[in-house]
Design a binder for this molecule. Structure first.
Ligand SMILES: Nc1nc2c(c(=O)[nH]1)N[C@H]1C(S)=C(S)[C@@H](COP(=O)(O)O)O[C@H]1N2
Ligand SMILES: [Mo]
Length: 406
């Protein structure tokens, strides 16, 4: 029976809930042995194209993507384990052979011929380890509709399209120098080995690729082959991805296969049609291509969480900024009337988040809103509203987190 169910799950993509129901019906769900759920649930394709398991308590599947349930981060430390880390796939996770993988560096921005690097070549270079978040530019997009009454196109993320990990790899700067980058090179273009991206209307845009200015490429970009001390997992770009600290997620190209180096500015749909700000407040061609992330905060609490009255609660959350370090976080438990400072639990660092906490002793029963508002080292504070853009990028307004005191 068990074998049959696992087989069915594999063949038909029986959802986890259904599998558990079937197992329960067959009297097999009680005390599921370790060997079964791991194996059975791992192969249940909860999101097309994502390889790792996506248990419902940790993720909300949105098309080809999986959002981390922010509340689940309360059980994690500073770094987001791979088991909890959001996945944003334009298409599907490719399974690449690390032994056969090669990185081709080419283009008129090189002094000589193109250069090829194997994984072993990269590992022979000086290593760099850095904790940094990767966050989708559209993280928080659903609040344009939910809080400002004006929806935006794209995946309706809440605040869980972010994770922070310890990335280890080679400096992109070292690879570009070994490849012979010229002083007059201006842009590079890393390209993924995942399948071509075809839009909803059937246009094939080719491989996911986004130009990056040489100034950033030579600064702090990592060609990462490890995440949290383990080889990079398939969904996060194995065997090698770019990690572009502080910048929007699309800059951090996964499954990188080649990098063009150019003496002219480069373009792809990912810096022309997408990842610019379009709308009433912006020029017809959109803003300049987006670079740094903005400023955000999130509570590690389910939406509409129920909290007992006349009880002391420890509220926890995280804040982050692409512009500098988080300087302070203020909390309001009365819908924005009064504010007090949260306690920070990490040394604020650039391109990373800080954990914080505050105590709350609610006395009035009923629905209310919790607000967290960060200020960063540039002096910027999260605003009350964010100017709308059609694709819903860079939402940075204070989120009004609905809870009910019972
Ligand atoms: N090759 C490739 N790289 C990619 C993407 C992709 O679909 N293909 N998605 C990008 C986007 S939009 C984001 S937000 C991040 C997500 O990284 P993660 O899936 O490791 O969380 O990867 C970026 N790199
Ligand atoms: Mo993204």
């Amino acid at each position: 029976m068990r074998q049959w169910l696992v087989g069915r799950a594999r063949a038909d993509g029986v959802a986890r809930r259904d599998l558990l129901k079937l197992l329960a019906a067959a009297g097999l769900a009680t005390g599921l042995p370790a060997a079964l759920p791991g194996a059975a649930l791992a192969v249940t394709p909860a999101a097309p194209g994502i390889v790792k398991p996506l248990p419902e308590e940790l993720f909300t599947v949105r098309g080809t993507n999986a959002e981390t349930n922010f509340a689940s981060l309360a059980a994690t430390g500073h770094s987001t384990p791979v088991s909890h880390f959001f996945v944003r796939n334009h298409t599907a996770t490719p399974e690449l052979d690390p032994q056969a993988w090669q990185l081709h560096v080419w283009g008129d921005g090189l002094a000589g011929k193109s250069r090829t690097f194997t994984l072993a070549d990269l590992k022979r270079l000086p290593t760099v380890t850095r904790s940094s978040f990767v966050e989708c530019a559209g993280n928080g997009r659903s609040f344009y509709a939910g809080q400002q009454g004006r929806s935006a196109e794209g995946t309706a993320w809440t605040l869980g399209a972010i994770g922070s990990a310890r990335w280890r790899g080679a400096r992109l700067a070292d690879v570009l120098r070994l490849a012979g980058i010229r002083r007059d090179a201006v842009d590079i273009l890393p390209r993924g080995l995942d399948p071509d991206y075809v839009t909803a209307d059937g246009t094939n845009l080719g491989h996911v690729r986004r130009p990056l200015p040489v100034s950033k490429a030579l600064d702090d970009v990592i060609l990462a082959y490890e995440m949290n001390g383990e080889p990079l997992p398939p969904d996060h770009g194995a065997p090698v991805r770019c990690v572009v600290p502080s910048w929007i997620g699309i800059a951090s190209i996964k499954w990188v296969g080649d990098i063009e180096v150019s003496r002219q500015p480069l373009f792809s749909p990912w810096n022309t049609d997408f990842y610019r700000l379009f709308g009433d407040a912006y020029p017809p061609g959109g803003s300049t291509p987006l670079t740094r992330q903005t400023l955000k905060s999130a509570f590690e609490l389910p939406w509409n969480a129920r909290l007992a009255a006349h009880t002391g609660h420890r509220l926890t959350g995280r804040s982050w900024s692409g512009a500098g370090t988080v300087a302070r976080v203020d909390i309001s438990t009365d819908g924005g009337g009064t504010w007090h400072r949260a306690q920070l639990h990490d040394t604020p660092r650039r391109a990373d988040w800080v954990r914080w906490s505050t105590r709350w002793y609610p006395t009035t029963k009923g629905p209310t809103e919790l607000l967290a508002r960060a200020t960063d080292s540039t002096g910027r504070t999260q605003p009350r509203t964010t100017v709308h853009n059609t694709q819903g990028y860079l939402f940075d307004a204070v989120v009004r987190h609905a809870v009910t005191v019972v």
